[in-house]
Write a protein that binds this ligand. Structure first.
Ligand code: NAP
Length: 642
C-alpha cells in the first residue's frame, strides 16, 4: 500500500497508515495507483511555516529576483516533462490533453516571469496610478501603492488541471511575495505531487515558499486569518460550502463551473469558413480532456433550423478524427474521464438533461464500443433541446464530453440565452460580421469573463475557446465564481493590498523607490551618463544650459524633416488657431534639442536610449523663447540577466 506524500515544513511527510484513505485508480485500467490521506499531518505547522519562513525568504527578494526563480523553475520542470506526461496518462489524458496542463503550466511560469521583469519595478512595492498633488506648493502628495499580504496563499484545486491549475495561482502569488500551500484534488493529487517534487529537487524554491498537502484539510479554515487568501477552483456547490467557512478578512476567491456558450453567427452558414471553424472548435471542446474543462462549451447556440447541419458536421468529424481509448495506446485521441465515479456522475447529469427533454443528436450514453468496463470511457454527446429556455440546459454541468444544442431567433435572443447561464467563464462567437459581434458583445459581454470572436482571419491562430491564456483574465461573474485569475500583472496585485499613501515628495521617494517631483536632486556631482548602475542614485540629475529658439531654426527643421505644418510656417493661420500665439517651434525640434542639451557624448555606461514614455507637447514655444532641460534619474530597474 503506497501513500502519497505531502511536502510540509520543508520536508516530505507520509502518513503511517489510514484505513479510510482515498484510493486513486488508473482511469483506463482501474489499477490502484496510490492512497491519499493527511491523517497525522501538522497542518497548523505548515501554515505557520509559510507565515514565518516563507514570508521571510520571499520578502528578501525583489520582483525581478522572484521572476528569475520562476523562469528557472519553468526550465527545471520542462527538462522533466516526460515523467509528468507518463503520470498524466494514468488520469486519462492524451498527449494533447497534457499540453494544456503540463506545457500550459510551464508556459504560465515563463510568461509571468518575463512580464514581471518587464512590467514590475525593481523593488517590492507596486505603484498604482499617477501622483496626486494634495497641496498648492507640492510639499504634500498622495499615491496608491500595493504591498504584499502578510500571510499565506492557500490553493484548493480541481482535479482536471493538477499542474496548470496550481501554477497559474502559484506564479502570481510567488511574484507578490506570498508563500503558497497547494491542496490538489484527490483524484489527480499524484500529478501535483510529481511537479512539486521536481520543483523541490531543483533547489530553486526559497524556504517555505511552496508546500503541498495531499489529501483533505480538516480544520484548515480555522487556521486562516486576515492577510491570508484562499483560491478555490472546483464545483459551485463546494465553493459555496467553503466560502461560508472562511473568516472575515480572509480573501476567498472561487473559480467554479460555468455553462459556457458558443454562438454560431447568423452569417456563418454551412460552407463558410466560420461554420467549419465553429464545428472544429466544438469537437475540440467536447473531446479535449474528455470534456473535463471548466471552460468547455456546454451550450451550442445556433440559428433557427441549424441544429441538424451542425450535428451532421460534428458526427462526420468525430468519425474521421476521434479514437477513444487508453491514452497509452497508439492513435488514441480521446481518453476516459478521470474515474469511474466521475463517469457515473456525468451519466447522472446526462439523465437529468434527457429527462428535461434533451434528445441525442450525436453519440449516446452507452459505453463506447470495445472499451474495458474497468475504464471510465464515455462517448462524445450532443443533446438537442426544442426550447432554449429549458432550465436544465442553462444550469446542469455534465463534466465530461457533453454539450447541449439550442436554436436562437435573432442576435438579441442569442445574447439572452447566453445570459441564462447566470455568468460564464467564456463565450465564443463564430461570425465574420462586425455588427453581429458588436451587438453580441454589448448585450452579453458583462455576463462573461472572456469572449472569443472566431472567423476566417483568426481561425488558424486562435488559442481556442477553452484555453485561458496568462496574459488575459480567467474567471467569470456570477455562477462562474466571480473571481479573476491570470490577466498578466493584474493577478499579482490580487495577492497584495492597495493602500493610499500620503506624505512629502522626499518620503514618497524613499517609500516607493521612485523619484517624486519636489524631492531632492543631486546636480552637483558627476553627470548621470558617466555613472555605472552601481553608482547611479535616484535623484541624480543634470540641468542644462539654455538655448534660444529662432525662426531660422524652425524653418531649417521644417525643410530638413518635411514637417511644414502651418503652425510652424504660416504666421496668420497659426495665430488663427486657438492653441498658438503665432508660429511656434515643432515639439519634435525641442525634443531633439533636449537630447543635444543633456547628453554626455563619450562612450560610457549608457548603451542606448530605448525611447520616451508619456511624451506630450503642452506649451507653445515661440521664436525668442529659451528652453533648458532638467534630466533626473527617477527609477532604476536593473535586469537580473546579462
Ligand atoms: P470539487 O469536487 O468541487 O473539488 C474541488 C476541490 O475542493 C478539491 O481539491 C477537493 O478536494 C476540495 N474540497 C472538497 N471539499 C472540501 C472541504 N470540505 N474542504 C476543503 N477542500 C475541499 O471539484 P472537482 O470535481 O475537483 O473539479 C471539477 C469541477 O471544477 C467542475 O465543476 C469544473 O467546472 C470546475 N472547475 C472550474 C475551473 C475554473 O477555473 N473555473 C477550473 C477547473 C475546474 P478533494 O478532491 O480531496 O475532495
Amino acid at each position: 500500500m503506497t501513500f502519497l506524500p505531502s511536502y510540509a515544513k520543508g520536508a516530505w511527510w507520509t502518513p503511517e497508515g489510514d484505513p479510510d484513505a482515498a484510493i486513486v485508480r488508473d482511469a483506463s485500467t482501474g489499477e490502484e495507483i496510490v492512497r491519499v490521506s493527511t491523517r497525522g499531518l501538522d497542518l497548523a505547522g505548515a501554515v505557520a511555516h509559510a507565515r514565518t519562513a516563507g514570508q521571510k525568504s520571499l520578502g528578501a527578494l525583489t520582483f525581478p529576483q522572484r521572476a528569475m526563480v520562476l523562469k528557472n523553475l519553468a526550465i527545471a520542470l520542462n527538462d522533466r516533462r516526460e515523467e509528468l506526461y507518463a503520470l498524466s496518462e494514468r488520469s486519462g489524458s492524451t498527449r494533447r490533453d497534457s499540453l494544456s496542463d503540463i506545457d500550459g503550466g510551464i508556459g504560465v511560469l515563463f510568461t509571468f516571469s518575463s512580464k514581471a521583469r518587464r512590467e514590475l519595478p525593481a523593488g517590492r512595492v507596486v505603484l498604482d496610478g499617477p501622483i496626486e498633488p494634495l497641496s498648492k506648493d507640492g510639499s504634500f502628495l498622495g499615491r496608491h501603492v500595493y504591498t504584499r499580504l502578510p500571510g499565506v496563499a492557500v490553493q484548493i484545486n480541481a482535479f482536471n488541471f493538477p499542474m496548470w491549475g496550481a501554477l497559474e495561482k502559484f506564479a502570481p502569488a510567488f511574484l507578490a511575495g506570498l508563500p503558497t500551500i497547494v491542496k490538489p484534488a484527490t483524484p489527480t493529487a499524484y500529478i501535483a505531487e510529481a511537479w512539486v517534487r521536481i520543483a523541490v529537487e531543483s533547489g530553486l524554491l526559497p524556504e517555505g515558499s511552496l508546500q503541498l498537502v495531499s489529501g483533505s484539510v480538516p480544520g484548515l479554515f480555522d487556521l486562516l486569518d486576515l492577510g491570508d487568501t484562499v483560491g478555490f477552483t472546483g464545483s459551485a456547490t463546494t465553493a459555496e460550502r467553503l466560502r461560508s467557512q472562511a473568516r472575515p478578512g480572509v480573501r476567498f476567491t472561487s473559480e467554479t463551473d460555468s455553462i459556457n456558450a458558443s454562438i454560431l453567427g447568423p452569417d456563418a452558414a454551412p460552407g463558410t469558413p466560420e461554420f467549419d471553424a465553429y464545428v472544429k472548435q466544438l469537437l475540440a471542446e467536447l473531446t479535449t480532456k474528455a470534456g473535463q474543462k471548466c471552460t468547455a462549451i456546454r451550450r451550442a447556440i445556433v440559428p433557427t433550423g441549424m441544429t441538424d447541419a451542425v450535428a451532421e458536421a460534428l458526427r462526420q468529424k468525430i468519425t474521421e478524427r476521434v479514437v477513444i481509448g487508453d491514452p497509452r495506446d497508439e492513435g488514441v485521441t480521446m481518453g476516459p474521464v478521470v474515474s469511474l465515479a466521475q463517469r457515473d456522475e456525468v451519466l447522472r447529469q446526462v439523465r437529468v438533461l434527457t429527462d428535461a427533454g434533451g434528445r441525442f443528436v450525436v453519440g449516446s450514453a452507452e459505453p463506447p464500443q470495445g472499451m474495458s468496463a474497468d475504464g471510465a470511457f464515455l462517448q462524445p454527446m450532443l443533446l438537442a433541446f426544442a426550447d432554449a429556455a429549458t432550465p436544465a440546459v442553462n444550469d446542469i454541468e455534465a463534466f465530461g464530453p457533453v454539450a447541449s444544442i439550442v436554436e436562437y431567433t435573432d442576435v438579441a435572443d442569442a445574447a439572452t440565452i447566453v445570459s441564462r447561464g447566470g455568468g460564464s467563464l467564456v463565450t465564443s462567437v463564430a461570425t465574420h460580421d462586425p455588427d453581429v459581434a458588436t451587438e453580441l458583445l454589448t448585450r452579453m459581454g458583462a455576463m462573461n469573463g472572456r469572449v472569443l470572436f472566431l472567423d476566417r482571419d483568426d481561425a488558424r491562430t486562435s488559442t481556442g475557446h477553452g484555453a485561458p491564456v496568462p496574459h488575459l483574465v480567467h474567471g467569470g461573474p456570477g455562477r462562474a465564481g466571480g473571481g479573476e485569475e491570470l490577466g498578466g500583472i493584474r493577478s499579482v496585485l490580487h495577492y497584495m493590498q492597495r493602500t493610499a499613501v500620503q506624505g512629502s515628495p522626499r518620503m514618497l521617494t524613499a517609500l516607493t523607490g521612485v523619484w517624486h517631483p519636489g524631492a531632492d536632486t543631486d546636480t552637483g556631482g558627476i553627470h548621470p551618463f558617466r555613472k555605472p548602475l552601481s553608482e547611479l542614485r535616484i535623484g541624480d540629475a543634470v540641468e542644462s544650459a539654455e538655448r534660444e529658439v529662432t525662426l531660422d531654426d524652425i524653418e531649417v527643421f521644417a525643410r530638413f524633416t518635411g514637417d511644414t505644418f502651418y503652425a510652424h510656417m504660416d504666421e496668420e493661420s497659426a495665430a488663427a488657431n486657438p492653441f498658438f500665439p503665432g508660429r511656434v517651434a515643432h515639439g519634435y525640434l525641442l525634443v531633439s534639442w533636449a537630447a543635444g542639451l543633456f547628453v554626455d557624448p563619450a562612450p560610457g555606461p549608457v548603451l542606448a536610449n530605448s525611447g520616451l514614455e508619456n511624451l506630450r507637447f503642452v506649451t507653445p514655444v515661440s521664436p525668442g523663447d529659451r528652453i533648458r532641460v532638467a534630466l533626473t534619474a527617477k527609477q532604476i530597474t536593473p535586469r537580473e540577466t546579462d
